[in-house]
Design a protein around this ligand. Structure first.
Ligand code: ADP
Ligand code: MG
Length: 394
């Protein structure tokens, strides 16, 4: 599917290989040296191990947090050392003396990690001088950071101006699975879209409407659709300036013969809190003092039954305020229904949806849980990702 060169298309023996990973792992709020979820590190291991086993001199780099956080990647160096069962030297800078000295002392099959590339504001600015300096550490560039592939930063795209550039296994896997689903799906094909806002999902809805057979709408965005159709939605989330858009999406779906699943009932509460009193209301008739925060029992049943019928399912956005247990039933039920549909290709894109599936312990039951929230969203919008566009064509 992916027409870009991969690490298997190049010879890395004896070469210094700069590898951009997505080691932007969550850290414990109190103790910033503790990694609370190392999935992004473990997902990078196949590429790292391949390069080491093939005699590359591997120089890893990544960002962590925002530029203003000035967070060190030291906890990642430690975790990588544990996972690879060998000391991973950690440079205290990115393009400074320490980075250069450590890179020069690598032998074939060795690996090291540079400090957080976002310690330099030039990273996000995609500054050419910075990109060139970073590139000068190596002879080959491998991008395996799917999570930042939608950003044109110095280490995710800029360096490819100065080095032969290919992708690693993670990017290959992400693009392969999602690209196949989008371009050549097993039918019928269902998209489940939720989350807070219609506005953040417009691009995805529009791109997917041309491809899917079914569209399931849940989450906060459902109320904009309900209001657009004349419903009464109380204090529920609503984007007043998207009412016309909601109607045009429904019209387009009808014209294209896409079956739309809409939650008929809703779990409501007066406010968003863990011990709120809840009740069930029709989604188009919510009292003024209440807010819709999850799909109701009838909708859960309808959604779960419908999910069984599909062979490809892409899910982006929780169908309720799933951070709180009392509003998580819809999202858990949808996640379980996907997990139980073993005939289907099931793909989770979107950071919050992936986190929800992980929290319910169902990640392993899905065909693919994307490591890139924003990147998977842009990919599903049909956009070109700069971190992939910059790589050599096959
Ligand atoms: P993803 O990251 O999977 O793409 P989004 O970021 O679009 O998902 O949306 C996730 C957020 O939407 C969560 O914080 C969730 O609480 C919120 N959300 C879902 N349903 C509702 C609702 N009915 N009211 C308010 N917020 C909601
Ligand atoms: Mg999100």
């Amino acid at each position: 599917m992916l027409n870009k060169k991969t690490i298997e298309d190049i010879d890395v023996k004896g070469k210094k290989v700069l590898v951009r990973c997505d080691f932007n792992v969550p850290l414990d709020r109190e103790d910033k040296s503790v990694i609370t979820d190392d999935r992004r590190i473990t997902e990078a291991l196949p590429t790292i191990k391949y390069l080491m086993e093939h005699g590359g001199r591997v120089i890893l780099c990544s960002h962590i947090g925002k530029t203003k956080d000035k967070q060190s990647l030291a906890p990642v160096a430690k975790r990588l050392s544990e996972l690879l069962n060998r000391e991973v030297p950690f440079a205290s800078d990115v393009i400074g003396e320490d980075a250069k000295a450590k890179a020069d002392s690598l032998n074939d099959g060795d690996v090291m990690l540079l400090e957080n590339v976002r310690l330099h504001p030039e990273e996000e600015a995609n500054d050419p001088a910075f990109a060139k300096e970073l590139a000068s550490l190596a002879e080959v560039y491998v991008n395996d950071a799917f999570g930042t592939a939608h950003r044109a930063h110095a280490s995710t795209a800029g360096v490819a101006d100065y080095l032969p550039a290919v992708c690693g296994y993670l990017i290959q896997k992400e693009i392969g699975v999602m690209g196949d689903a989008l371009n050549n799906p097993q039918r019928p094909f269902l998209a489940i879209l939720g989350g807070a806002k219609v506005s953040s999902k417009i691009g995805v809805i529009e791109n997917l409407l041309d491809k899917v057979d079914g569209l399931m709408i849940g989450g906060g965005m459902a109320y904009t659709f309900a209001k657009a159709q004349g419903g009464r939605i109380g204090k529920s989330l609503c984007e007043e300036d998207k009412l016309d858009l909601a109607l045009s999406i429904l019209k387009k779906a009808e014209e294209k013969g896409v079956k739309v699943y809409f939650p008929v009932d809703t779990i409501c509460a007066e406010e968003i809190k863990a011990d709120a009193e809840t009740c069930v209301c029709p989604t188009n008739d919510i009292p003024d003092n209440l807010e819709g925060l999850d799909i109701g029992p009838e909708s859960v049943k309808a959604f779960v039954d419908a999910i069984k019928e599909y062979k490809t399912i892409i899910w982006n956005g929780p169908v309720g305020y799933s951070e709180l247990d009392i509003f998580a039933n819809g999202t858990i039920s949808v996640a379980k229904a996907l997990a139980e549909n073993k005939d289907a290709i099931t793909i989770i894109g979107g950071g919050d949806s992936a986190a929800a599936v992980e929290k319910f312990g169902l990640s392993k039951e899905m065909t693919h849980v994307s490591t890139g929230g924003g990147a998977s969203l842009e990919f599903m919008e049909g956009k070109v990702l700069p971190g992939i566009a910059c790589l050599l064509d096959k």
